[in-house]
Design a binder for this molecule. Sequence first.
Ligand SMILES: C[S@@+](CC[C@H](N)C(=O)[O-])C[C@H]1O[C@@H](n2cnc3c(N)ncnc32)[C@H](O)[C@@H]1O
Length: 241
Amino acid sequence: MEFKNSYEGAKWAASYAKLEFADTYYLAYRDLPAIFLEHTKGRKAIDFGCGVGRSTRFLQKCGFSAIGSDISEGMISKAKEIDPKGDYRLIADGDFGQFKHNSYDLIMSAFTFDNIPTMERKVAIFQGLKNLLNNDGKIINLVSSPDMYYNEWASFSTRDYPENKFAQSGDKVKIFITGIGHNEPVEDIIWTHESYQDVYNRAGLEIVGTYKPMAKGDEPYNWVNETRIAPWVIYVLRSKS
Ligand SMILES: C[S@@+](CC[C@H](N)C(=O)[O-])C[C@H]1O[C@@H](n2cnc3c(N)ncnc32)[C@H](O)[C@@H]1O
């Protein structure tokens, strides 16, 4: 299947830099500090698919010493511009050669696997990430739930893409990010819970926690479906012993 990373290029880096932690994104990040407390030991982290570094700086604020990594040159150079003291690394797809094996406490991936196609690619990348974890190390994989692509949200719209409803796990879907300053949609890969279970199993990982953050209704945002449907899924993973 032909699939192009939507986040290549300087235009997307500039747009993505406008997004912070409001609206639907608030729910993606809200519960992470408590999840870190419950599941992680140690402070050495990699942010896999760091974009312009929003998630890397979030990890830093939560007390981690975090390295951001991404395959998009535009994203990495924007991350360095925003945060010149940060450690941001350009990596080739699936190449973790610049990181030491068995040495990280946490690898976080925030939305990255929404943009990685096929079972084979996902399994190979998870195997590579797993090799970087130390004995107590965890991977936190934050992804869009399939419901993300059939509904309207404070930060996203899918109403122009009714064909998403017919997509099977692994198919391409389109979604529009509101407030990004242009009207080009992002192309993602829809992936069900059962397909993620299959990926983790094949990569030698097991799920130790699954979270589906929803809005309570008292937040300062104009929720659309967020009080009723969970837009995100957060998986906490460890190596199978
Ligand atoms: C939706 S953005 C999320 C950025 C960041 N984690 C955040 O929360 O703001 C996804 C990022 O994953 C990156 N990405 C996609 N495929 C990747 C791969 N195979 N390896 C590393 N990064 C990848 C994209 O270039 C993009 O910057």
